[in-house]
Design a protein around this ligand. Structure first.
Ligand code: HEM
Length: 77
């Protein structure tokens, strides 16, 4: 897979999952994933964490991000 496993994501500091080679940008972002910071990141990943390597343009609509974050809360527990 291109991206890291998101299992256990909420509450984890960004870029710290063992076994995945994260960018320095994400590792040094100071982010701890919660719903608010995920919402900002998923709206515009490039702007939220400049220099990160996630090839994903983001989700523009707030309702779509809400649905995605609800899904992630359930599926990454
Ligand atoms: C709805 C779609 C997506 C969601 C919700 C999502 C979510 C995330 C999150 C939360 C992280 C940070 C993980 C952490 O800090 O442990 C991450 C990193 C990453 N994702 Fe995604 N992602 C999505 C789509 C994609 C796609 C389409 C790709 C590639 C084709 C991708 C590739 C990556 C990569 C390479 C990283 C590490 C970035 C870095 O080290 O700078 N993701 N993703």
């Amino acid at each position: 897979m291109a991206g890291p496993s998101l299992h256990g994501l909420l509450g984890r500091p960004a870029g710290t999952l063992a076994g995945f080679a994260f960018s320095p940008a994400l590792r040094h972002s100071g982010i701890v994933w919660d719903e608010a910071v995920l919402d900002r990141f998923l709206a515009d990943p490039r702007r939220a964490v400049p220099g990160n390597r996630m090839a994903f343009p983001g989700v523009r609509r707030a309702e779509d991000r809400r649905a995605l974050i609800d899904f992630l809360k359930q599926s990454t527990k």
